[in-house]
Design a protein around this ligand. Structure first.
Ligand code: MN
Length: 715
């Protein structure tokens, strides 16, 4: 822990006019006020504000900032009042401490949600005084450094918030050092395995004698000296987090990443930057599209530098940044570096153009979410930020969909998601999410991940979970189906069916378990007849063998337009992907009792249980599938067929179509089957939701005076 005189000396080293007396009083005040309070680490609490003040001296901040850093938790955590701070340390310090305290209070109230609100308050506070943000970042940095002392749940939450909000903010104000350190700690916390494996590989490379950094530095130094350029050259491996990000973005493995080393050439002035660039490009191959001139066009946060990628010394692909010493100072310390040069100016956040822009958006937005929607484009560009209904912030890669969102919330949410409300409206699951969308995931325990999703999700988490689930789910369905088919086949031949008998024939089918056999039969890789013959060698095949063979599922082509209308998943007892169609004879509707008939070559035909056509299959029970409508609401429309008789008078057909429209039906087809002087006979196909819908329409038609007879048509 920094001692009192060490802290004062540090401040005086860059700010000889610092208010030494106030610094001393603030140091003692913080110690006294926090008294015997302890941190999770067991350290006295006052060590925290003192460390925070120490971090702030690295950015050469003025005494008011250092003092506010020392006092930042006193109003929040002790009996100190803002007025007390004001009377002892003045208006500026009191205002900064007040801003930080309000922020801390919101954070505690909404540990898990309302991040949008937090962010809004933070922006408001820092617009009053940018030093609030600088101190908040130092505070967060020290809390992250001591994060391992906290409980696991808290650690994950704090680390995630750090990655979502504080690291981008640090970057936004150009504090590269702080940003990197925050990211590294959060990364190690949130993705420990990935972090450890990257660190291990970096170590391995170094031990292998592949630590090229010093060799490359030496060569670059020689190159510069040969051309009379005075330069300071540093080099490093990229941080584990930035390597990981790159692996994700490029979907590459560690070995595939070619440039894991970055070098920096710092020179005296801008002209020399371009001279150094010339030396590098004339001596080494430049990697196309990697050159960026942020000197002529600085980044929005003020960052200036030349970036290039080359096949450098040792034939290694490396990244090089070229900048002046002053640019370097600004790049590492950001706003704080400007700060050091502009001590006299008023410490108001509005002086910074980007904060002013954010504030303008804030004034126009009606709520925090809308505000965030509009501001994050300013803050981040390769991500979208969306909210849960509770206000939790979820950061996702560009082009993410509600399914990605659902998996980001929790894999169980992803697995059971059936729909999504985006900003209150039901939208398709493939909708691309926009910044600021509030996403509510609708779930149903009956739902399973769909192979369809795999085509539009972008996050690895969603992709992996979907593939895994679909594999397991399909197998389960194949097992159930295969078992049914086998039992039926054996029963149809009056042969005993037992799992014991199957154990003896496992090898015949390269199966390791009975389930394997069921799955193979269900999938159609093996026919039930093959199994029967294996169990009863020499048994003579009856006509049933042929029929059972047809159980091999027919898979739809995805281009088949009917695939969406057919809704095989909405019928229980079928396997997904199995071809299914609704019989034209009886037009089954949700609500009807139904049965499936295995047809030859066309998959399963769904009939109503009372359909006359079923009589044809009465003596082939093995072709009957026990199926039922699923529980979920059916979105798709079904055809209900009606027979009706209409009085033949002007306007009666118009009245008919009005009646149906008023009952939300839609006429799909109309055939006048007979027409006489006094009546029409019609066959009418109506699109309806389900049986009840059709029954309602029939009732409405019966009540009409133009309809003399109406009934559901059947053959
Ligand atoms: Mn603190």
């Amino acid at each position: 822990m920094l001692r009192q005189y060490e802290l004062v000396d540090l401040v005086k080293s860059y700010d000889p006019d610092a208010d030494e007396d106030a610094l001393n009083r603030a140091y003692v005040f913080a110690m006294k006020k926090h008294g015997a309070q302890l941190r999770a680490s067991g350290d006295p609490y006052y060590s925290h504000p003192i460390e925070v003040a120490g971090i702030l001296t690295r950015f050469k901040l003025d005494s008011a900032s250092i003092i506010a850093g020392l006092l930042h938790d006193t109003v929040e955590d002790t009996d100190t009042t803002v007025e007390e701070v004001r009377s002892l340390f003045g208006d500026q310090v009191a205002q900064i401490v007040d801003g930080l305290t309000k922020l801390a209070m919101i954070e505690q109230k909404s540990a898990n949600n309302k991040q949008a609100e937090n962010f809004r308050k933070l922006l408001l506070a820092m617009s009053e005084d940018i030093r609030v943000l600088l101190i908040k970042l130092a505070d967060r940095l020290h809390n992250m450094r001591t994060l391992h002392f906290c409980k696991p749940e808290k650690r994950a939450r704090v680390a995630k918030e750090t990655l979502d909000i504080y690291a981008p903010l640090a970057e936004r104000i150009g504090m590269q050092e702080v940003k990197s350190e925050l990211e590294e700690i959060a990364f190690a916390e949130l993705h420990k395995e990935a972090h450890d494996s990257i660190v291990a590989r970096l170590n391995f490379l170094r031990e292998q004698g592949n630590n090229l950094v010093p060799k490359i530095i030496a060569q670059l130094e020689k190159d510069m000296a040969d051309n009379g350029i005075k330069a300071t050259i540093t080099g490093r491996e990229k941080t584990p987090y930035s390597i990981w990000r790159k692996m994700q973005q490029k979907n590459a493995s560690f070995e595939q990443l070619s440039d894991i080393m970055a070098f920096r050439i710092c020179v005296d002035d801008v002209a020399t930057c371009y001279q150094a660039l010339g030396v590098v490009h004339s001596k080494y191959h430049m990697v196309p599209r990697r050159f960026k001139d942020y000197i002529s066009t600085p980044k929005p946060n003020g960052y200036k530098s030349l970036h290039t990628g080359i096949i450098g010394p040792e034939n290694t692909r490396i990244e090089i940044q070229i900048r002046t010493h002053e640019m370097h100072e600004v790049a590492e310390k950001g706003v704080a570096a400007h700060w050091a040069y502009k001590q006299g100016e008023k410490a108001v956040g509005r002086n910074f153009r980007w904060i002013r822009e954010l504030l303008e958006i804030l004034e126009q937005a009606s709520n925090p979410e809308e505000f965030l929607e509009n501001t994050k484009l300013e803050m981040y560009n390769d991500q979208v930020f969306c909210f849960t209904p509770k206000g939790d912030l979820i950061g996702l890669p560009l082009n993410s969909t509600p399914v990605d969102f659902a998996y980001a919330v929790h894999s169980s949410v992803g697995d059971t998601c059936v729909g999504a409300k985006i900003n209150g409206e039901i939208r398709p699951l493939r909708t691309v999410l926009q910044n600021g969308d509030q996403v509510e995931i609708l779930t149903s325990k009956a739902q399973h991940p769909s192979t369809e999703w795999d085509r539009f999700v972008v996050t690895g988490k969603a992709k992996a979970a979907i593939r895994k689930y679909v594999r397991a789910y399909k197998r389960e369905q194949f097992i159930t189906l295969g078992q049914q088919v086998l039992e039926r086949t054996f029963k149809g031949e009056n042969l005993e069916f037992s799992e014991k008998a199957l154990v003896n024939v496992l090898q015949n089918f390269e199966a390791e378990s009975i389930d394997d056999i069921y799955a193979k039969v269900g999938e159609g890789l093996v026919t039930s007849w093959d199994v029967l013959k294996a169990v009863y060698p020499g048994y003579k095949q009856s006509k049933l063998g042929r029929v059972v063979k047809s159980l091999k599922p027919v898979f739809r082509k995805s281009s088949d337009k009917k695939a969406k209308k057919g809704e095989p998943l909405k019928i229980k007892g079928l396997i997904p992907g199995m071809a299914v169609h609704f019989a034209g004879c009886c037009h089954p509707l949700p609500g009807d009792r139904i049965v499936g008939i295995v047809t030859t070559g066309k998959g399963v035909a769904v009939h109503t249980i009372d359909c006359k056509v079923l009589e044809k299959f009465a003596d082939e029970p093995e072709r009957w599938l026990d199926i039922a409508w699923g529980d979920e609401a059916l979105e798709g429309m079904h055809i209900g067929r009606l027979k009706l008789m209409l009085t033949n008078e002007p306007g009666s057909l118009g009245e008919l179509s009005n009646l149906i429209a008023r009952n939300n039906g839609n006429i799909a087809n109309l055939n006048i089957t007979n027409r006489t002087v006094s009546y029409f006979e019609l066959q009418l196909d109506v699109e309806v939701k389900d049986l009840k819908h059709l029954t309602d329409i029939i009732a409405a038609l019966k009540a009409s005076k133009v309809v003399s007879y109406v009934a559901r048509a059947s053959q």
